[in-house]
Design a protein. Sequence first.
Length: 699
Amino acid sequence: MFVFSQDTAINYLKGVGPEKAKALSSELGIQTLEDLLYHFAYRYVDRSKLFSINQINHQTSFVTLEGKITQIQEIGTGRKKRLSATFQDQTGQIELIWFAGIKWIKPSLKLHTTCQVYGKINRFKNSFSITHPEVSTQQNTQKVKGIQAIYPSTEKLNKKGLNSKGIEKIITELLTKSRFNLPQTIPDYLQKQAKLLSRTQALKEVHLPSNPTLLKHAQYTLKFEELFYLQLQLLSLKKGRKQKFKGFTFEKVGHYFNTYYKEHLPFELTGAQKRVVKEIRTDLGRGTQMSRLLQGDVGSGKTVVSLLSILIALDNGFQAAIMAPTEILAKQHFQSFKQSFDQLGVDCTFLAGSTPQGKRSDIFANLKTGKTGVIIGTHALIEPKVQFKNLGLVIIDEQHKFGVAQRAKLWSKNKKGLPHVLIMTATPIPRTLAMTLYGDLDVSVIDELPPGRKPVKTIHQYEKNRLKVFGFIKEQIAQGRQVYWVYPLIEESEKLDYNNLMQGYEALSQVFELPHYKIGVMHGRMKAQDKAFEMQKFSEGKTDILVSTTVIEVGVNVPNASVMVIENAEKFGLSALHQLRGRVGRGAKQSFCILMSSYKLSSDAKTRLETMVATTDGFKVAQADLTLRGPGNLMGTQQSGILDFKIADIASDHAIISLTKSYAEKVLEDDPELQKQEHFMLREGLEKRKAQQSWANIS
Ligand code: ADP
Ligand code: MG
């Protein structure tokens, strides 16, 4: 019997030669036997559950059927050749189809003999079929009964014989033919308290489930393990930061804050804004560096919160910087902040790529002497030439556009200490996810919109109603409204993208003719200045319709624009749709978002459009998005790594997330350095995980 340790290289396993080992490593990162055991199924098929043919409807996906093949024939010739079999049970019949491997499949099919077929139901016109089903005669069905794991694989692994079945085979080999004992990762007392299986048993059951109950228990155990370690890691990261980074203490709230609050604030703060301002005030006065994420849906009023935070910095003799991801956004911030700072007699400057060299030396000098209190700009702020007298607070808008490295560069702009950092994001993420994603940050949430907002009415329209939509838009324009008209980004080809947009623009120009209607166009190939120019024209009301790709940036604010039309809305992700919709609904008038789509909708696309129509609540949208896509795709690549869960599912494992968090807190409270004997394994496990992840990327 083969005895192994979890660190044994995969090629020592029977059935895995050097070639397969190499492919497993390059394709899935599997190098050791432990890695292999942590390659989990993405779904399970309960093959003991039989369907009858008349139960199949258009929602059915995978089925196992029992019956007889009554007819076999080859249809077509050459590349179009396919093998078709008629399969019958007592309730009806269905077609089985093969396009490849006909030569060896055909002789294996036995007519009029009871057999089971397993596969995915396809629907063509109004009849159902199964393409490339697995067929087994009764004698060998015993083996396939029960729950079977289906593993993710790749094209390349498929070619090497490691499709789901192939992977199942080597895992089965490992689990059944070798002595198998893994070191514990969870202390005994915790395993008992949380009612977990042993690690060894959990891994066995998750791959070769004895029954559904044990499978669930095994999954629970492994999710617990994964999330518990994540929580330990996040908690120690946070603790480390708090200890390491002493910060400036902004102890007073003074003249600037009070004057603005009492005399210039144009509205009463919402309850959520008040709460968040308080959280920030407390944090700034604490003596440790603030590193806070301010999260709030589009339009929730983050800007005024950041303004008040800046005023606290000024009151304590510090300067502040605001960094936005694009020039358009930075300019817009500058315009809206400038007025407030002017009222208070604070010098506020703008700096971006377009700032002429001639103006720069003055800007730099005034920052250095402290004459300028606040600077607003783009990445340009990061440049070494930008030096401050006493930078105390950095505000970063729409953080997901900035890399972490860029954040760090701004931090280093005060030699006396680390400036406080407030990151504002409109990407609504559920709170548990935010905590998990930004474990090293504190999170403040504005979960309330200013009063009197009219929710945007969202309507889904199919192509056939296009004329009606045109009519509606004309009415809106006649009432003085403006319209965004967005075409999808076709990722594969910038050129296609552009053609698509231009075709749309031409078609619209025929319907909305000059001189009655003015249409502007904006796309990714244009220079920043030209984009800004188009945007400016639109915001001044000189164009009625702005046709564009998704380059209309998050955060752009044109209150008079009250209609958003999105073409091929089925091609957009939920968060993109929500962000786009956030461009309207900013004024006093009723706003509309019209989602145009073709008839052919995948079920995911349908859910996306239905979600948009059903709710304007960013958190609900985000939750739906999370459920549809899984968390890995939510934030773009920068956070991947921390979200590469092997088995946990952030969208649905809320209960385990909070449970593991409280266990992790208890453990660290009791034993902060993990020095107790029973926690030794935790320390080792953490070290191992740290080595595996490139934490440099996220902290
Ligand atoms: P975002 O969170 O998207 O950055 P903004 O800060 O731009 O939102 O605020 C959106 C609009 O709501 C702005 O016009 C702002 O003046 C207004 N606003 C913000 N807070 C309030 C409030 N408490 N009451 C009324 N209007 C508000
Ligand atoms: Mg904003």
